[in-house]
Design a protein around this ligand. Structure first.
Ligand SMILES: Nc1nc2c(ncn2[C@@H]2O[C@H](COP(=O)(O)OP(=O)(O)OP(=O)(O)O)[C@@H](O)[C@H]2O)c(=O)[nH]1
Length: 350
């Protein structure tokens, strides 16, 4: 959620990896086009490719529409990002993606899904869901947060770590208790104000939450939980232990499922292609029979000079900053680079 501390957390895990012996600098991607400063220096930054303010102006959008459109435009180039990232995979142990602050823009958009699927199908991937612990102490807020996490887990089907952040302000033991002890959560719900109406009946919200917490009980079994403080660095080591365990889970569960889905999709696509090709060939034969002269004139001439037409050489707009810095370099935030995409013609909807 916005303000949960995602960027601070990225900076913390980045500095943790740098401080290992030997240092293990990660490769960092910033996918938030609207962030003004990041506390780390990303290797690839969406802001180098898309100017969010210009997108808002050009497409006449508000802030959220601007972020979504900027992300969509960036996604059209994501194959290039993946190429760069894959080239680094042998020398870099961790690749970190920081997502936009407006959670639904990433989790519920087509581009968020494309980016997640693309990354997850080429590298072991884990989702870290960062929670603002001090702002999750009310049972209703806790429940909403868990429902959101649940929806992302089921959407991505990826290994998932709940990161209770800001434990320097409020330890996350209450959350662990609520997740493991159904009755403790019920008691917290009951002791919270407004659980019954004027006639002593449970309020709609309270009964809804009671039933929801039963559903969530199943969901909690699939989760790993860690408490961290991005401020002090407490819990970061445990976070990386959870990431390593998730890698095994990715290889055991996600990968076979992915391969099965890919094979099924390719089979279906192959059948569709074959069918439309045979339909096309039939139509062509009928057409040629009816108009033999036109068919003769329509033959492809290899001397035409069209063989140079190759759209593989489209402009390369993705900037790999580590070409002139080292991977995952984190620096003071005043060294942000100017955005420079003057003259870039983005496709317009419709
Ligand atoms: N005390 C404390 N504050 C934290 C911690 N992590 C982050 N913060 C503070 O929480 C605020 C939000 O942190 P950000 O890292 O900007 O959060 P974000 O989720 O990236 O924010 P958006 O990108 O706007 O969604 C900042 O003021 C941070 O200093 C923590 O572990 N402890």
């Amino acid at each position: 959620m916005a303000g949960a501390g995602k960027s601070t957390f990225v900076q913390r895990i980045n500095s943790y990896l740098h401080s290992q012996d030997p240092p293990s600098p990660p490769y960092v991607l910033n996918l938030d086009p609207a962030v003004s400063n990041t506390p780390f220096e990303p290797n690839i930054d969406i802001r180098d490719t898309v100017d969010y303010h210009k997108v808002m102006k050009e497409y006449n959008l508000g802030p959220n529409g601007g972020i979504l459109t900027a992300l969509n435009l960036f996604t059209t180039k994501f194959d290039q990002v993946l190429d760069i990232v894959e080239k680094r995979a042998d020398t870099v142990d961790y690749i970190i993606l920081d997502t936009p602050g407006q959670i639904e823009i990433f989790t519920w958009s087509a581009s968020g899904a494309i980016i997640t699927d693309a990354v997850a199908s080429s590298l072991p991937t884990v989702v870290a869901y960062v929670i603002d612990t001090p702002r999750t102490t009310a049972p209703a807020t806790f429940m909403s947060n868990m429902l959101y996490a649940c929806s992302i887990l089921y959407k991505t089907k990826l290994p998932f770590i709940l990161v209770f952040n800001k434990t320097d302000v409020r330890p996350h033991d209450f959350a662990v208790e609520w997740m493991h002890d159904f009755e403790a959560f019920q008691a917290a719900l009951a002791s919270h104000q407004g659980t019954t109406d004027d006639e002593g009946e449970p309020t709609y919200m309270n009964s809804l939450m009671n039933s929801m917490s039963l559903v969530l009980d199943e969901f909690y079994k699939h989760l790993t939980t860690v408490g961290v403080s991005s401020m002090t660095g407490a819990g970061v080591k445990e976070f990386f232990e959870a990431v390593d365990a998730s890698r095994a889970e990715y290889e055991r569960e996600y990968l076979p499922e992915l391969q099965r889905a890919r094979e099924a999709r390719e089979k279906k696509l192959g059948a569709m292609k074959e069918e439309s090709l045979s339909r096309f060939m039939k139509d062509l034969a009928v057409d040629r029979e009816r108009h033999p002269a036109a068919a003769e004139a329509d033959r492809w001439d290899p001397q035409d000079g069209n063989e140079d037409e190759d759209d593989d050489d489209l402009d390369v707009n993705i900037v790999d900053r580590s070409e002139d810095a080292w991977p995952g370099q984190y620096i003071d935030v005043t060294r942000m680079r100017p955005r420079n995409d003057e003259g870039m013609a983005w496709p317009r909807p419709g």
